[in-house]
Design a protein around this ligand. Sequence first.
Ligand code: PLP
Length: 457
Amino acid sequence: MTHPFSNATAARDIAFHVHSQTNPRLFEEQGPLIVTRGEGTRIYDAAGKEYIDAMAGLWCASLGFSNARLATAAAAQYSQLGFYHTFFHRTGDAVASLAEKLVDLTGMIGGKAYFATSGSEANETMVKLAWVYHTVRGKPTKRKIIARDRAFHGSTIAAASMCGLEFMHREFGLPLPGFVHAAAPYPYRGMVEGESEAAFAQRLADDLERQIVQEGPDSIAAFIAEPIYAGGGIIVPPRAYFPKIQAVLEKYDILCLDDEIVCGFGRTGAWFGKDTVGMKPQMMALAKGLSSGHFPISAVVMAPEIYEALRSFNANGGNFGHGFTNSGHPVGVAVASEAIRIYEELDIVGHVDRMGARLRSHFDAIAKSSDLVGEVRGAGLMLGIELVADKPGRKPFAPERKVGAMFDRIAYDNGLVTRCMGDVLGFSPPLIVSEADVDHIAERFERSLRDLERYVL
Ligand code: PLP
């Protein structure tokens, strides 16, 4: 990977700046990639090199990397009211309207929305609300959260505890007690020979039930899941998975929490990932696409019974003891409201369906002609490509070969930003991709794959 950076910026960055999800020593040796400008699906580095960011940054810049309407909405709000909060009864018309819009869009009939700043905060808010819910119903021992292997739910302490990824735990002695993990519904690696998808889903539901009984149903508050795994490797559960899992959750009075932070706002070819996979949650966490990543804002949309619990817990006059300085930040709300208006005007869901199918058919064709591609999977514009050492045997590469990371570096050189998750390559481009953008992603992907084949085969 080349680093066409201005030395002064790079030197300052290396001297003073700690980066997320970055190896400190490698960073000091290799330096930063300095991104100076974005336009549509493209970003540009300090040397003027152009890249298609096929990850929409961090699965978030749905409307691309600059957008005049979002800029105007933010500027208008800044000049009217640059900050206010939502503690102690404060609100504004835009906050109330966005809450109404989110309840309406999610189909959480009779529900309400709560605002926060990040995805992690939204997920942690759902955990606290699940505890309140059970406490009010006379079940205060229901505290544990079941998440899943390979899940990603954020970096704050409870959110990281819900992750099912070793790299989120190992430095910090996580997960916290009370956060347990169920098996991932990963058909490509989890189905045994001769097993149907329906039988696989049933086996996972039976395993979950056994786990619940072992932990003690009276100790479990909620189950949290992304409809389709993002950072865990773009894993699409079998169609029968969520209906079967939810039957088990209902049996044991366990809430279903839906992390829509990546899947929400059209990414999977539906407004929300839950509709792609048949999930029926009592709470949903929204972020990223909510503002197209152009302002840090997140939300929890909750079913009426969750709000009722909060209300009755505090019937004696106490406050909901929770809140972030920037909950319902007026500029975030203005940007998110404008982003949603644009999604509706563009019929973003229909567009994602069409562009997702086009990208998928390119990938399927390329996969046929490459011994490196074990599987192409995903939904909408959230696609994953699993690289393997032996295609018929589905044999993975030895992890120390870091084949996925090698691909990312080659792709950068070819002007394509992808994201390896082990040896699964992620594609989650801005939702506004045109047909030409999709074709460019496929071309640059194919070129990079051919380069990789020369190194590893
Ligand atoms: N949940 C999912 C599925 C995510 O992908 C992420 C971030 O990538 C988060 C939660 C955490 O969001 P944030 O980084 O805004 O806290």
